[in-house]
Design a protein around this ligand. Structure first.
Ligand SMILES: [Zn+2]
Length: 289
């Protein structure tokens, strides 16, 4: 009996090991993808931790970030199957490869649009995607099949070519990498102009929309923007205070704990990196005596 139990335990463990191996293999092979309707004819497309949006009109589809070639092929197939419409426009939020790789998948039917500053990075850094056909500087209103999306550049922030996309009839704002709901900033602010980001978020807070569709994390509302901006401002003020007091980077990292944000996404992984990035930014944009 004892031997039987022992054998049962061993085979149980073996099953567990096989299951966990299968899970690892599954997560590597099968990305989490999906399409959900946000409002009206605007939908949200997910590929693992990345999201973009698209709008269906009687004359075709306006798509945004393709995310990567595999995801884009999947999305293209789903759009054809569900809506039977070609993708007429593809809009890049900004030049970073993790959001706009795979644009070539839509190039047979779509005109690609991005900010003026995006092309030089896309071509120069050899982003795995197609360069835009049309670029603009401040604002562009795109109309198709009686529907409208506004493309708005709010200055340098997460990159020098970020655009937010407002769907006025659906009251949705698609904003990538400048804000996520109850989430601290990403790593050490790579590529980010921090003061520009704070100014951008203030402008977003003053925009007319209800639903925030970020490039990462769950859907939110306009009210989710200000807390993220206040986090960055508070971090900036605390880091600056300690820099003025002559503290070292390590000292500042242990002093600026941002305790009240403990429950936010990314706190454990990125809080210390956020402090490092802020020190670097303030060294560049501050002149001590
Ligand atoms: Zn980015």
């Amino acid at each position: 009996m004892k031997r039987l139990i022992h054998k049962g335990l061993v085979s149980g463990l073996a099953v567990l090991v096989i299951l966990s191996q299968a899970q690892v293999a599954w997560s590597r092979q099968a990305p989490v993808r999906g399409i959900e309707r946000i409002a009206g004819d605007v939908y949200r497309f997910r590929d693992n931790h990345h999201y973009s949006v698209f709008m269906v009109t009687p004359e075709g589809v306006i798509a945004t970030d393709p995310i990567n070639a595999d995801a884009a092929r999947w999305l293209k197939g789903e759009i054809a199957r569900r809506f039977n419409k070609p993708v007429k426009y593809l809009i890049y939020s900004h030049d970073h490869a993790d959001h706009i790789a795979g644009g070539e998948v839509f190039a047979d039917t779509a005109t690609v649009i991005a900010h003026d500053n995006a092309s030089a990075h896309i071509i120069g850094e050899r982003r795995p995607t197609v360069a835009p056909d049309i670029t603009f500087s401040d604002r562009m209103t795109l109309a198709l099949g009686g529907k409208v999306v506004e493309l708005i550049h709010l200055g340098p922030n997460h990159s020098d070519n970020m655009i937010v996309m407002r769907f006025p009839a659906e009251r949705i704002l698609f904003a990538v990498d400048i804000v996520a709901r109850n989430t601290i900033a990403y790593r050490d602010f790579p590529n980010v102009h921090i003061d520009g980001l704070i100014a951008t978020l203030k402008r977003v807070e003053a925009m007319d929309f209800d639903i925030l569709a970020p490039g990462h994390g769950p859907l939110g509302t306009r009210a989710d923007v200000a807390p993220h901006r206040r986090y960055i401002e508070t971090l900036r003020a605390r880091v600056l205070k300690h820099m003025r007091a002559g503290k070292t980077v390590d000292g500042i990292k242990s002093l600026v704990t941002m305790e009240e944000y403990k429950s936010w996404e990314g706190y454990g992984r990125w809080r210390a990196l956020n402090v490092e990035g802020m020190v670097r930014h303030l060294r560049l944009y501050r002149r001590p005596n």
